[in-house]
Design a protein around this ligand. Sequence first.
Ligand SMILES: Nc1ncnc2c1ncn2[C@@H]1O[C@H](COP(=O)(O)OP(=O)(O)OP(=O)(O)O)[C@@H](O)[C@H]1O
Ligand SMILES: [Mg+2]
Length: 302
Amino acid sequence: MTHNIITTDKLCKTFSTGGLQQHVLRNLDLQIRTGDFTVIMGASGAGKSTLLYALSGIDTPTLGKIRFGDEEIDRMSSDRLAVFRRRNCGFVFQQIYLCDNMSLMDNVMAAGLLVNRNRRQVAARAAELFIHMGLTEQDWHKFPAQLSGGEAQRGAIVRALINTPTVLFADEPTGSLNSASGDAVLDLLTQTNRDGQSIIMVTHDLKSALRGKRVLYLKDGIIRGECALGNYLGDIDVDRGTVLLSTQRETEISSTTTVSRQKDRPSVYAENPRGGSVGEDTTHEVVTRRKRLHRFLAEMGW
Ligand SMILES: Nc1ncnc2c1ncn2[C@@H]1O[C@H](COP(=O)(O)OP(=O)(O)OP(=O)(O)O)[C@@H](O)[C@H]1O
Ligand SMILES: [Mg+2]
């Protein structure tokens, strides 16, 4: 049985700048299950990074509780929190943040040796992860500036995984990469999750979000909705941000599309505003599910 690895209770984060208060997270309740690939979406400025930093102990909440495993991290001193983070949290950021004056291998070793003093064990784990991430031995010895963006980000994922974290946190991990490198990074994250790694990823990109088993939508400081987008891969036209009503790709659900049951036909019939008919194989359940999905995407601005 899966259990919750992170639970928040009335999480609040308020920033005070220039005498003004900004309530970014407002009594946010959330459960993250072990082994899930959870995606947090929302508009720019919605508080996605703020939430990720709170969940991972990078920043402390203003009010509310965060239980991470058996620990209440909102009450921890900064020293204990630093040790907790090293052991339990791996981080991947849009800006990659590798140390420029160290080789990729040294970047990874430095992170690994903070937790495990056995250099040989850490090096062996690093090599295993590098190979898994498609990085050659030549790449390991390069400095970050000598790597492509995609290679550097895959190296950063190795660093994030070196201490076998309880949760891998990723904040827009493909935000600075071209589409092919971004896809490769997402493929590797997906594979890592299949191997059992819990992942929480922030993105505002629908294509990236489809990797999530569970996609949460953050708005007005709370989780406004959630959807298992990964179950609907065939139903979404990512490039257009639309939901397909039937297997015929030209037929989309729009707000004016009506779905009704025909008297003399057992299958569901949908009227397209453009007049096209939809596949009669599409069952009422499928149409209803896709309409729900469409509403979720529409609320998120697609
Ligand atoms: N340290 C800080 N001090 C003051 N305000 C902050 C601070 N960090 C974040 N904010 C404010 O909190 C709000 C949420 O910021 P956050 O970075 O979490 O947004 P986001 O959803 O990650 O956006 P983006 O998609 O652009 O990265 C923003 O209005 C931001 O200006
Ligand atoms: Mg952000």
